[in-house]
Design a protein around this ligand. Structure first.
Ligand SMILES: O=C1O[C@H](COP(=O)(O)O)[C@@H](O)[C@H](O)[C@H]1O
Length: 315
């Protein structure tokens, strides 16, 4: 069956018909200030159980075993957002120079607001947005103008502010059941692999996205992979579904762990004291009785954590 996700995504860009979106003010990009570059102050800190190197005025890098990735800790979420924009734009530009597409995956939740610096200067002009192809690591099975929709959040905060071609935005088909929407999205991804828009991992045969930008819940869930849920074990499907999500709404679709782990780059973006325990569990060597989904993130390529000081407070 042919996937409907691509054609549908083009329609979605007309979403401002929704009264919710129409009520939003248009914010010109010049109002998104980008902070000046950090100073080059270098300090060594032994206060953490991890080796810690202060590389910039408001950022420290924590050295962990390689599989746990590079960990950047920022004084504030504002500093985190500045660095995340630079990281994403640099990666997008590097990939865009080498290939005709840059495939980027968003989560929902707080991650989307942390991308706010990317829609301002200098990136609005310097990024080649025409190469971007946008996907969701998970989506709630609700209409696209529903407040719980991850698409609506991304559209409101990001997609409506950057010139990504409408046909490059791959939203789920919200007219289908959870099972149907997951199958449809997987069909869509397979088509994009065949047409070489989306890369494929030579080692796993799962799709290989250039970048996954993901948040993490306070319970250590990523995408819609929740602790203890059987969906975490799925290792054949590319996209699957749940109908009993412990976090509302209950019906969702989600990329599976092998797809997440076949990525060329994963950024885990986590802010706030409420997530400090899960961050500690993920980045320390203590053994916990139940492995959290976030602990299973080990991409083929690079993993980079972007933490604010509160999220890193238990390290
Ligand atoms: O339900 C979800 O939660 C996670 C985490 O959200 P956050 O607001 O705590 O950052 C999110 O990454 C996921 O995409 C979303 O569906």
């Amino acid at each position: 069956m042919a996937s409907t996700c691509r054609a549908l995504s083009a329609n979605l860009r007309t979403l401002p018909n929704s009264s919710f979106i129409r009520s939003l003010p248009y914010i010109p990009s010049r109002f998104f200030a980008v902070k000046p570059a950090f100073s080059s102050l270098k300090l060594n800190s032994n206060s953490s159980r991890f080796s810690c190197r202060r590389t910039k005025a408001s950022m420290a890098e924590i050295v962990t075993p390689k599989s746990k990735g590079k960990v950047k800790v920022f004084d504030t979420e504002e500093d985190l957002a500045v660095s995340l924009a630079e990281y994403t734009a640099d990666l997008a530009n590097k990939v865009s120079q080498e290939r005709s597409s840059f495939t980027v995956v968003f989560s929902g939740g707080s991650l989307v607001k942390s991308l706010r610096k990317l829609v301002g200067q200098p990136y609005i002009d310097s990024v080649d947005w025409s190469k971007w192809h946008v996907f969701w690591v998970d989506e709630r099975v609700v209409p696209k103008d529903h407040p719980d929709s991850n698409y609506l959040l991304a559209y409101t905060e990001f997609l409506s502010k950057v010139p990504i071609p409408t046909g490059h935005v791959y939203a789920i088909n919200d007219a289908l059941s959870a099972e149907g929407a997951a199958d449809d999205y997987e069909t869509c991804l397979k088509h994009l692999v065949q047409t070489k828009i989306l890369d494929q991992s030579h080692s796993t045969n799962f799709p290989k996205f250039d970048l996954m930008l993901m948040g993490m819940g306070p319970d250590g869930h990523i995408a819609s992979l929740f602790p203890g849920h059987p969906l975490v074990q799925e290792n054949e499907k590319w996209v699957s579904f749940i109908k009993d999500s412990p976090k509302p709404p209950p019906e969702r679709i989600s990329f599976t762990l092998p797809v997440i782990n076949s990525s060329a780059n994963v950024a885990l973006v986590v802010a706030g004291a409420g997530k400090a325990s899960a961050v500690h569990t993920a980045l320390s060597d203590v053994s916990n009785s139940e492995v959290l989904p976030v602990q299973l993130v080990e991409p083929e390529g690079e993993l980079t954590w972007f933490l604010d000081k509160e999220a890193a407070s238990k390290l």
